[in-house]
Ligand binder design. Structure first.
Ligand code: NAG
Ligand code: NAG
Ligand code: NAG
Ligand code: NAG
Ligand code: NAG
Length: 367
């Protein structure tokens, strides 16, 4: 009996040895939800991104751009998280224009959430886009990444910038465990922190703060590289002007986020395909869940995969500031989830800030 078992084991071991020489130890078969994407270069995939992902609250609060928490955003399919980072007494906080206006908490807390989600979802590649508004050194960000353990899962290319076609496949990134891609809009220094990549040498962007849907064109607005070969990002969030400042055009969201029609994300993407001869890599939107998944449908269409979520995506939080259903508690300028009816008080602050001339959608200074 013992001999028999040993014989079986020997055969099994031999079989394993053969397979080990022909296939990598670990091989992802589903990447970002689709088998088709495993063999696709990171730079040949389109991702939905959330503009000001941390600026979360009821849509009636003029300083917010999203109304779902980060874990929900990720679970629903968002694969780029954009954020604006501020230096508050040497602590990096995610705030909108100023931390008095909207304080989304510390970068460390935020990245801890991201790390937990990545750990729970090992077959997903995610990007972060950090607007380094106070020009902090890359090392300041690197310290936070290391503290929460994200350095271990961050992709550092052999050289940078990378052309869109030079990125590894999603499968290779997942297999290697290096499946977080982070861009800094300024102060990237890969000699100091190899995985914090310079945005504008790697990615170009279309115009932001659009208030006229005709401006959802596909002209290059910001770049520091070769737009013919770089990845590119479309800013597809519509603002309206209130007291001279751009604020999210919430009433128009179901049109803006739609898969087709004038002013829609789908139409914007088609314009890019016509003008640039290729589709954008990153689709940055506000209140992504308006449209009931339409933004993900657009990305899936570009990627040539079927959008078939296993669970329904989030429904918009009540836009009624006084309804009390999940409105943010923004007392004193700090936004926390689950407060009750405090958003209207915050709107008072917002109007005060507006009058004071502080832009809180995204001025040229503070995307
Ligand atoms: C980029 O867009 C901003 C508005 O968002 C505009 O003020 C600026 O002129 C644009 N720059 C270029 C080079 O198109
Ligand atoms: C947007 O919502 C309005 C009001 O519910 C509706 O009439 C309109 O058809 C919607 N548009 C799209 C593109 O879904
Ligand atoms: C919004 O809140 C106000 C005040 O509580 C209430 O009268 C109104 O019915 C609410 N509207 C919606 C759509 O919930
Ligand atoms: C916001 O929260 C931070 C950290 O919890 C705290 O240090 C700061 O004083 C708060 N700001 C206000 C205005 O309450
Ligand atoms: C909102 O936050 C403030 C400051 O932390 C707290 O005093 C207040 O009780 C909170 N209000 C609600 C409704 O949660």
């Amino acid at each position: 009996m013992k001999l028999y078992a040993a014989g079986i084991l020997a055969i099994l071991n031999a079989a394993l040895a053969v397979s080990a020489t022909t296939t990598p130890a670990k091989r992802a078969t589903v990447c970002n939800g689709h088998a088709e994407l495993c063999e696709r270069s990171f730079g040949a995939v389109t991702y939905v991104g959330t503009h000001d992902s941390y600026a979360i609250g009821a849509a009636s609060n003029l300083a917010v751009n999203q109304d779902q928490d980060i874990t929900t955003q990720l679970n629903d399919g968002v694969r780029m998280l954009q954020m604006q980072a501020h230096n508050q007494n040497n602590v990096i906080r995610l705030c909108h224009s100023t931390c008095v206006l909207l304080d989304g908490g510390t970068l460390e807390t935020y990245l801890t959430t991201v790390k937990s989600w990545l750990d729970a979802n090992p077959n997903e590649v995610l990007s972060l886009l950090i607007v380094n508004i106070d020009n902090m050194p890359a090392s300041a960000y690197g310290a936070v990444f290391t503290k929460v353990g994200l350095d271990a899962v961050s992709y550092a290319p052999p050289s940078t910038p990378l052309a869109a076609t030079a990125w590894p496949t999603l499968g290779a990134m997942i297999d290697s465990g290096k499946r977080l891609v982070t861009f800094l809009d300024n102060q990237a220094d890969t000699a100091a922190v190899p995985y914090l990549l310079d945005e504008f040498t790697n990615v170009w962007e279309t115009q932001f703060n659009v208030i006229d849907v005709a401006k959802f064109d596909c002209s290059v607005n910001r770049t520091k590289g070769d737009t013919g070969t770089q990845m590119f990002l479309v800013n597809h969030f519509l603002d309206k002007v209130l007291l001279g400042q751009p604020v999210p055009f919430v009433e128009q969201l179901n049109v803006t986020n739609a898969a087709s029609g004038a002013g829609s994300l789908g139409a914007h993407v088609q314009t890019c395909r016509d003008n640039q001869g290729r589709a954008p890599n990153f689709l940055l939107v506000d209140f992504y869940e308006y449209g009931a998944g339409s933004v993900f449908e657009v990305a899936a269409g570009i990627n040539g995969v079927t959008y078939a979520p296993t669970t329904p995506i989030a429904t918009p939080r009540s836009a009624n500031a006084t309804s009390g259903t999940g409105a943010s508690n923004t007392t004193g300028g700090n936004t926390t989830k689950g407060g009750n009816g405090a958003a209207s008080a915050f709107s008072g602050n917002v109007i005060g800030s507006l009058v004071a001339g502080i832009a809180f959608a995204c001025s040229a200074l503070v995307l």
